[in-house]
Design a protein around this ligand. Sequence first.
Ligand SMILES: O=C(O)c1ccccc1N[C@@H]1O[C@H](COP(=O)(O)O)[C@@H](O)[C@H]1O
Length: 210
Amino acid sequence: MTVQIKICGLSTPEALEAAIEAGATHVGFVHFEKSPRHVSLEQAAELRYIAGARVKTVLLTANADVPTVSKGIEQVRPDILQFHGSETPEWIGLIREKIGIECWKALGLKDAGTLERCAKFHGKVDRLLFDAPAKELPGGNGETFRWELLEGHDHQVDWGLAGGLTPANVADAIRATGAPLVDTSSGVESAPGVKDVDLIRAFCKAALSA
Ligand SMILES: O=C(O)c1ccccc1N[C@@H]1O[C@H](COP(=O)(O)O)[C@@H](O)[C@H]1O
């Protein structure tokens, strides 16, 4: 099966077009003020409009309150919401049920225990995204985690791999984990928050050839 690719933290039409042309299946907009990739809901809506139906659009928030998430859905009309903070399964489940929108939850994988605890999200989210443990930011830190933690894991829900993925390591990551979707943000940047179109192209090429 062809791997799905999410390029996250996009903030310009140029980088967005490069991601789509290179074969990304998902593009993400980060609405989280502490991030160097933060975009306002107005900016995200504009990018979402440009993307149209060519790719799936993802609005990422971290520990946002309900009014912010509602405003994001209303203004941006994303295909998917990605929750990247300490949102509970019940909280996400309620939003998913009420709004009927696809919801993803990112989890920082520290050890086998974290992986076991992800079972509480089953039935509440549409996809789990395994990332490195949070640091100053809940995500987008460019850190990989021990991919071997996923070895032999019986995935009960769709999932994806994130955390420090770059054009240089994404093919190894796919081979090592069998990830059906890979997600990158800082690994395709020339500086924090500045996407590099050549790195985006190289990332997609490497992922698609794994
Ligand atoms: O990208 C950000 O700035 C960000 C901020 C807050 C939460 C998540 C964020 N990004 C997501 O984190 C993972 C891994 O990113 P990276 O490739 O290691 O930089 C990915 O899902 C990003 O979408």
